[in-house]
Structures are given as structure tokens and as C-alpha cells.
Design a protein around this ligand. Structure first.
Ligand code: NAD
Length: 246
């Protein structure tokens, strides 16, 4: 590895599994000091043995816990907001509670972490914020992702707003928009179908490349956006989707 993140401190949410975990490992491999957080202590603890990674339990829906951690940690160079939940269904299959749950976990969490960690980042002269969005419905019209796509579109708007407001103070803020990525929660969604084998074929068929993305591929984009290689890049919604949006 080229140590592109040497000397930088990074906090990652939802780092226990999937894309967040891959980001934690990739950031650490590039020399960052990583604070890997997740609500799930069991998966998080599997990162404890990794060099350059410390773990902390954090529920991104808990405003007080977020602000307490920000006060304790001080300035970060990199904040990676990865936590998100996929609600399945159209607008007709969506309750007020479903809406509130997804917006709290997917979007309000980012409002809270950025609001908590940004002041110290600004005081230290800048940093990189990375928000995990999705191509689902925010950039392409995938079926039955009404709430999910709406939250992910909101994340792109949030990202651009933060990017614009703090561009002169050294803070960059970018979103990543993956297509379908092989993760534990994708397996759960596939296994919930009556015919999981057919369901997996359908998930794969969404990508003209004919395959799912890997967590390492998404983490590589996060490393780039976190690093000084992306010093001229802010407010983007970087698409890694196997061609879904072509
Ligand atoms: P995943 O669903 O496999 O894992 C989610 C992680 O979030 C788990 O470790 C879980 O413990 C944690 N989590 C859940 N609630 C939490 C909370 N309240 N506070 C803190 N952590 C919490 O993850 P994934 O599939 O890698 O998805 C990660 C992100 O990438 C999400 O925002 C998702 O929307 C986005 N994304 C995923 C895909 C995909 O195909 N997997 C595609 C596009 C975007």
C-alpha cells in the first residue's frame, strides 16, 4: 500500500460489516488511524486485532452519544458516514414509522455526525467527509425503493450543501453512489425472497456488467476521496454501479 492516509485520523460509522468494514480495513492499510464504530459490538470486535484500528460502539441515531464522542475525540481528518438501511416497497407500502426510521438512520444520522465533528475539523484547517448514498432511485429508478431512494437522494443534497458551505475552509464533502454490492445485508434481502436463487440472478442482472460490486471496490473509492489525491474534488456523487445508470 502507498500509505495515502498516513497521519490522518478517520472515524467510520457502521464499520462492523459490509462496506463500512471494508472502508475501515482499507483506510488502516493506507496508514490512517481508524476509529471504527457500529451499533453491533459483536461484529465490531472482530476488528480489534487489526493494526491502526480502534473500535467504539456508536448508534448513529443517538444524538447525545455522537456529540459525546465528538467532544472526546476532537479533530478528525476523515469522517465516513456509512450507516444506512434499505426499506423495501413503493410509496403504498410505506408507513409513517417506516419513513421516520429510515430518515433517522440514513439522513438525520449524517446531519448529526457532521454537525458534531465539523467544528473541530474546521478549527484544524479542514478534512474530508464521505457520505454513503446509492444509485437506487436517487440516480436511477430502481423499483420498490421508495423510502430508501428518497433518503439517498437527500444524502446527495446534504453532501452538496455541506461541500458548498465549507469549500473555502478546507473541508471537502463527497457522496458515493454504489450499485448492488455483495454484503451481509444484501444476502439477508436475497434470502428473504421465496426463491433466493432467482432473486440473486435478478439483483445481478440490474448491473449491465453482469456482476455485483465488491466492498473493496467501494472502499477504494472512499480511500481516494479521503486522500489528498482528491484535493480538487468536492460535492460529487461518485457512481460505482456496474453500469446501472448508463
Ligand atoms: P450492511 O447492511 O451489511 O451493514 C450495515 C451495518 O450498519 C451493520 O454493521 C449494522 O450493525 C450497522 N448499523 C445498523 N444500524 C446502526 C445504527 N443505528 N448505528 C450504527 N450502526 C448501525 O451494510 P452495507 O450493505 O455494506 O451498506 C452500507 C451502506 O452502503 C448503507 O448506507 C447502504 O445503504 C449503502 N449501500 C449499500 C449497497 C449494497 O448493495 N450493499 C448499495 C448501495 C449503497
Amino acid at each position: 500500500m502507498s500509505q495515502r492516509l498516513a497521519g490522518k485520523t478517520a472515524l467510520i460509522t457502521a464499520a462492523g460489516q459490509g462496506i463500512g468494514r471494508a472502508c475501515a480495513l482499507a483506510f488502516a492499510a493506507e496508514g490512517a488511524s481508524v476509529i471504527a464504530t457500529d451499533i453491533n459490538l459483536q461484529t465490531l470486535e472482530t476488528l480489534n486485532a487489526e493494526t491502526h484500528i480502534t473500535t467504539r460502539q456508536l448508534d448513529v441515531t443517538d444524538r447525545e452519544a455522537i456529540h459525546a464522542l465528538a467532544a472526546e475525540l476532537g479533530a478528525l481528518d476523515i469522517l465516513a458516514n456509512i450507516a444506512g438501511y434499505v426499506h423495501l416497497g413503493s410509496i403504498l407500502a410505506c408507513s409513517e414509522d417506516d419513513w421516520d426510521f429510515s430518515f433517522t438512520l440514513n439522513v438525520r444520522s449524517m446531519f448529526r455526525t457532521i454537525q458534531a465533528f465539523l467544528p473541530a475539523m474546521l478549527a484544524a484547517g479542514g478534512g474530508s467527509i464521505i457520505n454513503m448514498a446509492s444509485v437506487a432511485s436517487s440516480l436511477s429508478g430502481l423499483p420498490d425503493r421508495f423510502i430508501y431512494g428518497t433518503t439517498k437522494a437527500a444524502i446527495i443534497g446534504l453532501t452538496k450543501s455541506v461541500a458548498r458551505d465549507f469549500i473555502a475552509q478546507g473541508v471537502r464533502c463527497n457522496a458515493i453512489c454504489p450499485g448492488t454490492v455483495q454484503t451481509p445485508s444484501l444476502d439477508d434481502r436475497i434470502n428473504a425472497f421465496d426463491d433466493p436463487v432467482e432473486a440473486r440472478k435478478q439483483f445481478i442482472a440490474r448491473q449491465p456488467m453482469g456482476r455485483l460490486g465488491t466492498t473493496a471496490e467501494i472502499a477504494a473509492a472512499a480511500v481516494y476521496l479521503a486522500s489528498d489525491d482528491a484535493a480538487y474534488t468536492t460535492g460529487t456523487a461518485m457512481v460505482l454501479d456496474g453500469g446501472i445508470t448508463l
